[in-house]
Design a protein around this ligand. Structure first.
Ligand code: HEM
Length: 294
């Protein structure tokens, strides 16, 4: 199975630098003109565009499969929902390119959408999380990636994708205070060799999230990137899926809804944002918003 009308940034390898932006709808404005400008004026090579439930609802439409990101709690952990109207992942080879892309985007948005949050992201040591563990090893590849991340049918839907995004804040000092063996057991892999550890506890992240252990299997294409401000840092978690159900089931297992045990990640990291967005397909190199009647 292959699809070529998806937004290219969904399946392309990591870019050197990125920037995530979220927007809310300015009260009382007509968003249709701004969405048309976005459709016609946003070059897909600048990055990925996602539309959240507030935008779809403001248009009086429905995108099958799109919903609001759910807040969750588990033993000693909580997962917030900070659902916004629009999400962008700008991708660039350097900060200059991302700067230019941000300015173009702001022009397209006009007064209809207001910035909620902007975060610069970067590739760390060739694709590692700030804990130095390699991130993305078990991502499906080639046709499997297309199957996991891209919607395969439906008028105006084929070629689209859903993205789940969360900003995690790491307490790196705490993580580095763990013995090396304990760190490996938090993830369930060896930090040096990246080997999966058979003797890792059930709380180990890769045991909680083993994609084939879900029914049906919950494959996803993770394109997370580290972020760091002057005094805080963490991971901008970004996962593309053809269906959000598998992701949500996985997150519920991470917070311990199934067995009362939370994912080891919560021992040093916690999410402060969460959103689901629909990433429309392309037609003739532009966003195809027919599903929204545009
Ligand atoms: C602090 C946030 C997170 C960090 C630092 C992190 C880090 C990692 C690392 C190091 C791996 C092992 C290598 C790999 O296969 O990529 C991994 C695997 C994985 N993670 Fe995460 N992760 C985070 C959050 C999440 C979340 C929220 C989900 C989904 C709900 C998730 C889903 C997965 C999946 C599906 C795998 C592969 C499991 C497998 O099939 O072997 N991760 N993660």
């Amino acid at each position: 199975m292959s699809s070529s009308n998806h937004q290219p940034g969904i399946l392309e390898p990591h870019c050197a630098v990125g920037r995530t932006l979220t927007f809310r709808i300015a009260p009382g404005t007509d968003i249709v003109a701004a969405l048309r400008r976005l459709r016609d004026g946003f070059p897909p090579e600048l990055g990925v565009v996602g539309l959240g439930a507030p935008t779809v609802l403001a248009l009086g439409k429905r995108v099958p499969g799109l919903r609001v990101f759910p807040a969750m709690s588990g033993p000693a952990c909580s997962v917030p929902s900070t659902q916004q109207a629009l999400w962008f992942m700008l991708r660039g080879r350097d900060r200059g390119a991302v700067f230019d892309a941000s300015r173009s985007l702001r022009k397209l948005m006009g007064d209809a959408f207001l910035t909620v949050d902007v975060m610069d992201t970067f590739t760390y040591h060739g694709g590692r999380d700030l804990t130095r563990f390699e991130d993305g090893t078990e991502n499906p590849k080639g046709d499997d990636a297309v199957e996991a991340a891209i919607v395969s049918e439906g008028e105006g839907l084929r070629g689209s994708s859903f993205v789940a995004v969360q900003r995690w804040v790491h307490d790196l000092a705490r993580f580095e205070g763990f013995e090396p063996r304990e760190r490996n057991h938090v993830i369930g892999r060896d930090a040096e060799t990246n080997e999966e550890l058979e003797d890792a506890p059930p709380t180990a992240h890769v045991k909680r999230t083993a994609q084939e252990s879900f029914e049906p299997a919950a494959f996803m294409v993770r394109r997370s990137m580290p972020w760091a401000s002057a005094d805080r840092e963490g991971l901008e978690f970004i996962a593309y899926v053809a269906k959000l159900e598998g992701f949500e089931q996985m997150l519920r297992r991470m917070v311990g809804e199934e067995d009362g045990q939370a994912d080891g990640l919560f021992r040093f990291s916690f999410p402060i944002s969460g959103g689901y967005y629909w990433c429309p397909p392309l037609a003739n190199g532009k966003l195809d918003l027919r599903a929204l009647g545009l």
